[in-house]
Design a protein around this ligand. Sequence first.
Ligand SMILES: CC(=O)SCCNC(=O)CCNC(=O)[C@H](O)C(C)(C)COP(=O)(O)OP(=O)(O)OC[C@H]1O[C@@H](n2cnc3c(N)ncnc32)[C@H](O)[C@@H]1OP(=O)(O)O
Ligand SMILES: O=C([O-])CC(=O)C(=O)O
Length: 458
Amino acid sequence: MLRRAHLLASVSRSNGSKRFASTKSLKETLQEVIPGKQEQLRKLKTEHAQAVIGDVKVENIIGGMRGLKAMLWEASVLDPNEGIRFHGLSIPDCRKVLPSAPGGKEIIAESMLWLLMTGKVPSEAQTRQLSRELAEKGELPPFVEKLVDSLPATLHPMTQLGIGVAALNHDSVFQAAYEKGIKKSEYWTYMLDDCLNLIARLPALAARIYLNVYQPGTPLPAINKDLDLIGNYSTLLGFGDNHNLTEYLRLYIALHGDHEGGNASAHTAHLVGSTLSDPYLSYSAALFALAGPLHGLANQEVLRWQFAMQEEIGSDVSHEKIKEYLWKTLKSGQVVPGYGHGVLRNPDPRFIALQEFCDARPELHESSIIQLVKKTSEVAPAVLKEHGKTKNPYPNVDATSGCVLYHYGLKEFKYYTVIFGVSRALGALTQLVWARALGLPLERPKSLSIDALEKLIT
Ligand SMILES: CC(=O)SCCNC(=O)CCNC(=O)[C@H](O)C(C)(C)COP(=O)(O)OP(=O)(O)OC[C@H]1O[C@@H](n2cnc3c(N)ncnc32)[C@H](O)[C@@H]1OP(=O)(O)O
Ligand SMILES: O=C([O-])CC(=O)C(=O)O
């Protein structure tokens, strides 16, 4: 928590005397921060390489490596009870100190990206400078536009996003530099260029997929160089005039940006990146992990499930009826989407932050889908506890993230995981830069067969 106190204190100092607020670019700030981290890791390697921090149990190996502390991840750490902290800052801390868009109140992708990458809270000027840099890099290469336009509208939007992101590797500066021959110590700078290019292009790619699938023939407007990344994304999707939705997208995308390293999408990007695949290929792979219903696709599943519930129970949305529907789902052997978690053991603070967003807006109190999701979250934990299997009976972020999109008019829930995919790039790509800056090796854990495991324990 020392780190948190230091970060919060530095923000209040720079707010008190704006003239000291830094105007260094993201790359310059990273250049300053990286040597200290490299030294910290070097010391850890030379002085403590043999220190034991835990045991490996059979249950870890057969239980999806749950609980195994086996990965280095810089930008965030997940506490099972408190939830995520980004360089020590909780979600409420971030909502207080990270710059928002002009005219907005919510955290934006740029300020979250800056915090994740550097461990520092950016000044307003740095945030705007990064927004402009991303807007200037935001156009898609024409061949990627053609490729995406050629995909059938029936192909799931997440598959389309993964294909588009992989194709962007055509212009990878890391790959080109590697082919020419560069020193290991220079890898991170090329990685950073690729990562920023990819983040910059995600709104145009994701919005193109949306329009192709749901509003074919609608032309995409040009990227506005004066808007933030998600302000542009919202405009490209056709919701630029909807300030509430734009603000929600900003918050949603900032909050979903990172969730330490072990989640399936972030871990996939890290694994693929460890082979020195470029960020486009690494992140494309991550998107296909995100597209599974136990992970990012759960936000689509929640809406599908809640609407099926609404259809069955009709307008009498009592706690008792919701309880009956929950039991019906559980007895049919299906999971309740939006509940449970691999690490968390309390309600997800991202869920709480999105609920607070709803509570603060009177128009959302009237929304039947938002109220149904809220009521479900009041009933489901007790039912899941009684069911007795789930280690965490509380809602995760996916329980509520989709219903607000739906209320504000973004109703195509098969698209929702694409928005998650725009977001998770912030954290997964940050770690790729750090993995190369720290010279982390190829990831290659040891596996065992059941026979080999039995031999070890007998
Ligand atoms: C952004 C995100 O990725 S957040 C997660 C999004 N995913 C979901 O919301 C899907 C629903 N939830 C789940 O399936 C799980 O809770 C997961 C995948 C998130 C975590 O899985 P685990 O760490 O294995 O959970 P846990 O240890 O509690 O599982 C124990 C048992 O409870 C079951 N269980 C867990 N969550 C639920 C649930 N929501 N509904 C019903 N059963 C559940 C598991 O399937 C497992 O059953 P099994 O013993 O028959 O295999
Ligand atoms: O941490 C996890 O395993 C899943 C999750 O909530 C995320 O990736 O955002």
